[in-house]
Each structure stands twice: as structure tokens, then as C-alpha cells.
Design a protein around this ligand. Structure first.
Ligand SMILES: Cc1cc2nc3c(=O)[nH]c(=O)nc-3n(C[C@H](O)[C@H](O)[C@H](O)COP(=O)(O)OP(=O)(O)OC[C@H]3O[C@@H](n4cnc5c(N)ncnc54)[C@H](O)[C@@H]3O)c2cc1C
Length: 320
């Protein structure tokens, strides 16, 4: 068993990104294991088995309840030592990024991040990674084991791959320093409708909205279309919209059927997160905005006039 996938979970479900990385790893041919850490983990191993896990290592311990990285570094480092694991893979999230970097430091191992794909090469595993501001895709490898890989959000979709899913419980030998951090509070943003990772339709807002209150125009259209709201980094950094909605190089990668970009210039760092959308519609008052170079449909005009009318028309069509 040489590949281990960290399986992140929330609310009794394994995260879609973790399942996607797991099924991708299983598709490469070798037996793949998953590791699940936390408390109240019933049913999660079955989800892992359905997506290609031959073995599922489960550490169920109240000390592991808070989603803190260091105890998970302890758990994975222990498995790497005991089970001879050569590759550890993660789906990108804030927690997974912390664990992957902590694990790399602990084991003095190589970490390739922002991977978009992985395959068996002649000399071992080869990852794909965007470089030079996402203008080229390069092959990346590892010089030693364990290899650690962190995949971009949305790099793959999960696929059903039934496997044995043999459960092995284990007790994590926690390092003293790993218990030094304490989770004081966890707050969950109130969200309605689909998440941007799952949505078929995304309406995204940028600095062209002019002020944070105008995000309601984007939200109204998204609601009428049954879609989710996304944002550029410019508006997220300005505090107009939550970080979780950011699409792009340092945000999420999405590939909906329809992406409506409102008041977004189309910077390369935004483009790389949404360019695989099936149909891109851009609304921008500047006819020379870069987004028109890769939009399927471009509307030159003021979004403050266009969005309310568009929302009205969509609602009328839905109702009629
Ligand atoms: C290392 C790095 C990583 C980055 N990562 C990301 C990332 O993950 N995601 C991301 O989005 N960005 C990212 N950026 C930032 C990126 O370079 C751009 O600055 C950002 O995407 C611009 O956001 P914007 O399109 O909202 O704003 P702007 O570039 O300011 O564009 C606003 C647009 O709105 C139009 N507009 C203005 N008023 C109206 C109106 N009334 N009606 C219609 N259109 C109007 C304007 O013509 C303009 O084209 C990153 C940058 C760096 C350096």
C-alpha cells in the first residue's frame, strides 16, 4: 500500500475534493488507502470504499475533534512510518494545505502543490502544475519519498470506484506540541443554494460593481438562475464578499455550464480559475476588457442597468 489520501470531512460527509483525489489515485492502478481523522466517523469509510479506497485508516478520538492541522500531521506521519507509504495526496483546502506543509517539514519530504493532474511516468509519478502565471503547464516530480501532493480545488470530479474499503482503526501518538493549539470557536457562514464547486451556473462579481452593496445584483441573478455567487480577489480583498467565493489562481477552480462575469476585467489570475467553464458570458462597460478575449458572449454596457433587467427576464421566463 503505497499511496495514502487524506480524507477531509464535514457534517458526516467526506469532502467532494477528497473523494475526487481518492478516485483519481485509485485510477492509477495501485491499491490506495484513505485516512480519516476526527470523531463520530460512522459511515465515512463506506464513502471512501465507494471511491476507490482499498484500506481506510480511521482514528476516532475526542482529542482529534477540532479540525487542527498538527494532530493530523502526527496521524499521517505515523502511518507513513508504519505502513511504508510512499505518496500522500491532499485536495486543497485551508486545513489540507496546513497539514501538507506541516507533514513536508516533519518528514523533510518534497511537496508539490497546486497540482492539476497526476499520472504514472517512466520514472515514477508525475504531477502537472501551472507555472509562469498559469500561462504554461509543467511536469513536476519528486526526488525522494514520501512524495506529498496537494491538488487544486476542482482539479477532478469524484468517480465511483468500488473497492474493499477494509477499515483499520489506529490510535494517534500525539506529540506534546501538537496539542498546544486550541480551537476557540468555529463559525459557519450562512449559505443558501449550491456551493460554487458544485453549481452548474455561477454568477461572479468584480470591482465593476462599484460597492459591496451592489453584490445584491449578482445574488439576485444567481438566485433566478438557480446558481451560486463567485467573486474576484479584488473584491474579496476589499472585504466586499467572503473569501470562500473567490475564483482564480489563489482561490477556487470552477467549471460550471454557465459562468456570468459581471464587472470583471478578466485578469490571468482570475481566468485560470474559470476558463474551463462551458459557456462564459461577460458584462463589462469597457469594450477592450481582456475578458472579452475568452468570453463566448460579450455584453458591453453598464451592469447596473443590465443585471436588474436580465434578472427580471429570467424570473419571467421561469414563471411563465
Ligand atoms: C499572485 C496573484 C494572485 C491572484 N489571484 C487571484 C485570484 O485567485 N482571483 C482573482 O480574481 N484575482 C486574483 N489576482 C488579482 C488579479 O490580478 C486582478 O487584480 C483581479 O482579478 C481584478 O479583479 P476585478 O476584475 O474585480 O477588478 P478590475 O481589474 O478592477 O476590473 C473591474 C472591471 O469592471 C469593469 N466595470 C467598471 N464599472 C463597470 C460597470 N458599471 N458595468 C460593467 N463593467 C464595469 C471595468 O471595465 C473593469 O474591466 C491575483 C493577483 C496576483 C498578483
Amino acid at each position: 500500500m503505497s499511496t495514502l489520501v487524506f480524507l477531509e470531512h464535514h457534517g458526516g460527509e467526506l469532502q467532494k475534493g477528497s473523494l475526487a483525489v481518492l478516485s483519481k489515485a485509485a485510477s492509477l492502478g495501485d491499491d490506495v488507502a484513505g485516512v480519516i481523522v476526527g470523531t463520530g466517523l460512522d459511515g465515512l469509510a463506506d464513502q471512501a470504499a465507494a471511491h476507490g479506497a482499498a484500506t481506510v485508516y480511521v482514528a476516532d478520538d475526542p482529542k482529534l475533534e477540532a479540525p487542527l492541522p498538527q494532530p493530523r500531521v502526527d496521524a499521517i506521519a505515523q502511518l507513513v512510518g508504519e505502513k511504508g507509504i510512499e505518496t500522500v495526496l491532499f485536495a486543497q483546502s485551508i486545513l489540507a494545505s496546513d497539514i501538507a506543509s506541516g507533514l513536508a517539514a516533519r518528514l523533510e519530504a518534497g511537496l508539490n502543490w497546486q497540482l492539476t493532474d497526476i499520472a504514472n511516468g517512466e520514472g515514477g509519478l508525475v504531477g502537472k502544475q501551472s507555472a509562469l502565471g498559469d500561462s504554461v503547464v509543467v511536469d513536476v516530480g519528486w526526488k525522494s519519498t514520501p512524495r506529498i501532493g496537494l491538488f487544486r480545488a476542482g482539479a477532478f470530479d469524484p468517480s465511483e470506484q468500488p473497492a474493499a474499503g477494509t477499515v483499520e482503526t489506529f490510535e494517534v501518538q500525539l506529540q506534546e506540541h501538537s496539542l498546544a493549539a486550541e480551537m476557540v470557536e468555529q463559525a459557519h457562514a450562512e449559505e443558501s443554494g449550491p456551493s460554487i464547486e458544485d453549481a452548474n451556473v455561477i454568477v461572479a462579481g468584480g470591482r465593476g460593481l462599484g460597492e459591496p452593496e451592489k453584490f445584491s445584483l449578482v445574488e439576485d441573478l444567481a438566485k433566478a438562475l438557480g446558481g451560486a455567487v463567485a467573486a474576484t480577489r479584488a473584491v474579496v480583498d476589499a472585504g466586499w464578499y467572503p473569501y470562500s467565493a473567490q475564483v482564480g489562481q489563489t482561490g477556487k477552480s470552477v467549471s460550471p455550464t454557465l459562468y456570468v462575469a459581471c464587472g470583471i476585467s478578466g485578469a490571468i489570475q482570475h481566468k485560470v480559475g474559470m476558463q474551463s467553464s462551458k459557456t462564459i458570458v461577460a458584462i463589462n462597460k469597457d469594450p477592450n476588457a481582456p475578458i472579452f478575449e475568452f468570453a463566448d458572449l460579450g455584453v458591453v454596457g453598464d451592469l447596473h442597468q443590465i443585471l436588474p433587467k436580465l434578472t427580471e427576464l429570467v424570473q419571467a421566463r421561469r414563471n411563465g
